[in-house]
Write a protein that binds this ligand. Structure first.
Ligand SMILES: C[S@@+](CC[C@H](N)C(=O)[O-])C[C@H]1O[C@@H](n2cnc3c(N)ncnc32)[C@H](O)[C@@H]1O
Length: 421
C-alpha cells in the first residue's frame, strides 16, 4: 500500500475509534501508530490531520449537509471529514487527498464513487464554500443542554475549540523567567505564552528544568493563594504535576500522590527534570492513612475535563457523554477524604478543569452543607488586578474557555475551605 494511503487509513481508524469506543485522542493515536514503522514526519501528519478533523467537525458537518444528497453512513462521513479537513482547512493538494481517500474507501468498502465525486465537487468549489458556518445539529445535545443550564455562550465555546491552543509555561521563579530567551508574552511574573511553535524539548531551558507546561487558568488558583508558603501539603491527585510543582516552588513540603502508575511515571520524569526531590505516593487517595494531617490539602479532582475542550476537542466527538453522575460521586468522596486529611485551621483547595455547575458549585455547596466545621475561604485579590475578572462574586476562581491577552485559556474552577475545628 502507498505510504500516503496507509497514513490516511490510520487517520480514519483513529477517528472512528475515538467516536465509537469513547477513547481519548492520545490513546487512539498511540494505539494505531505504536507498532507501525513511521517516521516523525508521518506521525506528526497523522496527529495534525486527526486533531484538526475533530476541531473542524461542526463546520464540515454543515458543508456535508449541502453536498450529501442521501443519508450516508457514519463511517463514510468520518472518511469525508478527514479528507475535507485536509482540502479546506490544511491546504493539502486536493487531487492527492481525493485519490488517497478513494483508495481508503475501496479498502474499507465505503462507497468510493460517492467519495470521489463529492471530493471533486468540493475541490471545485473551494473558493465559494463558507468554512465558518456551524452545523448546530451536530453538537451533542447533552453539551447544548449543559451550556444553556450554565448560561454560557455556545458560539464562543465552539469558536474557541476550533482554534489551536498556545503553549503556556510556568517557571520555578521570577528570575528564570526574566532571563528566558525565547520570544514570549508574560502572563504573570512567573509564567508566559510561547510565541514560536516548537517541539517542547527544543524550547530553551527544558533540560535545565527551569519551567513546566501548565495552562494559564489552571496555574492561577495556586498563584493567587499567598497562604501556600512554608506549609506541609499533600496533593491527592497530583500527576502530571503542575499544581504540586507550583506549591514546591513556593517553599512548601509537598507529598505527591496519584492512583495511576502511568501518570506517576510521567510525574517522576518531570520532577527529575525540575531537580525536585519530593516524596511520591501511588495509591487511591481514598486509602491514604489519616494519622498524618496536613496544613493544606490540594484536591485537583478527576472530572469531565470539559474546561480543556480546546486541547481535548474529542470530548464532543465521542459517541457518549462523560458520566457526570459517576464523576460527581468520585468528586464528593475525594473532597470528604481531603477534609479528613486536614489539620485544624488548615486550607483545602478543590479544583476541577470544568465549568459545569454539577462539578463545581454543586460539590462546594454540598460539602459546606455537610461539613459544618468548614467555612468557605475566598480568593482575595487586588481589585485593580487584571486577574480580578477570574474571581466570581462568591470569591471562587472561575473561567470558561476564553481569550486572554490574545491567547486562548482553558475553563477552570477552584474553591477553598478552612477547617475551623
Ligand atoms: C486533573 S488530574 C490532576 C492534574 C494534576 N494535579 C496537575 O496539576 O498536573 C486528576 C488526577 O487524578 C488521578 N486520580 C483519579 N482518581 C484518583 C484517586 N482515587 N486517587 C488518587 N488519584 C486519582 C488521575 O490519575 C489524574 O492524574
Amino acid at each position: 500500500m502507498k505510504k500516503s494511503v496507509k497514513i490516511r487509513k490510520i487517520i480514519f481508524e483513529i477517528l472512528y475509534d475515538i467516536h465509537q469506543k469513547n477513547v481519548n485522542f492520545d490513546e487512539g493515536f498511540l494505539f494505531f501508530t505504536k507498532n507501525i514503522s513511521l517516521n516523525d514526519q508521518d506521525r506528526s501528519m497523522i496527529y495534525n490531520i486527526t486533531l484538526n478533523s475533530i476541531r473542524s467537525n461542526f463546520y464540515i458537518s454543515n458543508i456535508l449537509n449541502q453536498y450529501l444528497r442521501k443519508r450516508t453512513s457514519f463511517r463514510v462521513k468520518i472518511l469525508l471529514l478527514s479528507a475535507i479537513t485536509q482540502i479546506l482547512f490544511l491546504d493539502f493538494k486536493s487531487y492527492a487527498v481525493t485519490n488517497d481517500t478513494v483508495e481508503v474507501a475501496k479498502i474499507k468498502k465505503l462507497n468510493p464513487s460517492l467519495i470521489n465525486s463529492l471530493l471533486k465537487n468540493i475541490s471545485n468549489d473551494i473558493k465559494i464554500i463558507n468554512k465558518k458556518k456551524i452545523d448546530y445539529s451536530s453538537i451533542p445535545i447533552w453539551f447544548i443542554d449543559q451550556i444553556k443550564k450554565n448560561n454560557i455562550n455556545l458560539n464562543n465555546i465552539i469558536e474557541n475549540i476550533s482554534k489551536e491552543p498556545s503553549l503556556h509555561l510556568v517557571f520555578k521563579d521570577k528570575k528564570l523567567l526574566r532571563n528566558f530567551k525565547e520570544e514570549n508574552i508574560k502572563t504573570t511574573d512567573t509564567s508566559a505564552f510561547i510565541l514560536e511553535k516548537k517541539r517542547i524539548k527544543e524550547i530553551r531551558n527544558y533540560n535545565e528544568g527551569h519551567w513546566w507546561i501548565q495552562d494559564f487558568s489552571s496555574m492561577l488558583p495556586i498563584y493567587l493563594s499567598p497562604e501556600f508558603k512554608s506549609k506541609n501539603i499533600i496533593d491527592m491527585c497530583s500527576a502530571p504535576g503542575g499544581k504540586a510543582f507550583q506549591a514546591i516552588s513556593r517553599g512548601n513540603e509537598v507529598i505527591l500522590n496519584d492512583i495511576s502508575i502511568k501518570r506517576i511515571n510521567i510525574l517522576k520524569d518531570n520532577l527529575n527534570r525540575l531537580r525536585y526531590k519530593n516524596n511520591i505516593s501511588n495509591t487511591n487517595a481514598l486509602n491514604i492513612g489519616e494519622n498524618i494531617l496536613f496544613d493544606i490539602v490540594i484536591l485537583d479532582s478527576p472530572c469531565s475535563g470539559i474546561g480543556t475542550l480546546r486541547r481535548n476537542p474529542e470530548i464532543l466527538f465521542k459517541k457518549n457523554p462523560p458520566n457526570f453522575n459517576s464523576l460527581v460521586n468520585i468528586q464528593e468522596n475525594l473532597i470528604n477524604k481531603a477534609a479528613r486529611l486536614l489539620k485544624k485551621q488548615g486550607i483545602l483547595i478543590y479544583m476541577v478543569c470544568s465549568f459545569f455547575f454539577e462539578e463545581t458549585k454543586a460539590v462546594k455547596n454540598k460539602f459546606l452543607a455537610e461539613n459544618k466545621n468548614f467555612s468557605h475561604y475566598k480568593f482575595k485579590i487586588d481589585k485593580n488586578s487584571k486577574l480580578n475578572k477570574f474571581i466570581d462574586n462568591e470569591g471562587d476562581f472561575y473561567t470558561t474557555p476564553s481569550e486572554f491577552n490574545n491567547h486562548m485559556i482553558d475553563g477552570f474552577y477552584a474553591t477553598k475551605f478552612k477547617k475551623n475545628d
